[in-house]
Design a protein around this ligand. Sequence first.
Ligand SMILES: [Zn+2]
Length: 149
Amino acid sequence: MSITKSELENLRDKSLSARDFSYSPYSKFRVGAVLLTESGEWIQGANVENASYGGAICAERVAITRAIMEGHKKFKAIGVASDLSVVCSPCGICRQFIREWSTDIPIYLFTKDGKYTMQTIKELLPLSFGPEHLDTEKVEAETETLLEV
Ligand SMILES: [Zn+2]
């Protein structure tokens, strides 16, 4: 799935501006994310930390939970930005969280200067577990490709 140049520019700008909503007094590590829904909505998220540390949530999961609450489950793209001059890739929990909705959604990772790279969940989380694996027949079909020792 590809996005237009205009959508890419919006993805960059909205990922970067979402950092302004970050609540990160402990790490001082701001992250912003934005989802472009299939219907053309833009939904931002930012990381939210907590004094308990373990109660923190990443920008990507904030954006996704906001989207779900607003009735969106199909996405064209995700953008993620931090204050780093290198791209900030989603953590393992976020990769699994994104995987729930698609294996090929493009994830645009932006530097603080707006440079980017694009990866899919298929690339970031190979051999991932997803909702279809809860279907026993599908799991059995996939194991037919396994080799015996
Ligand atoms: Zn994360």
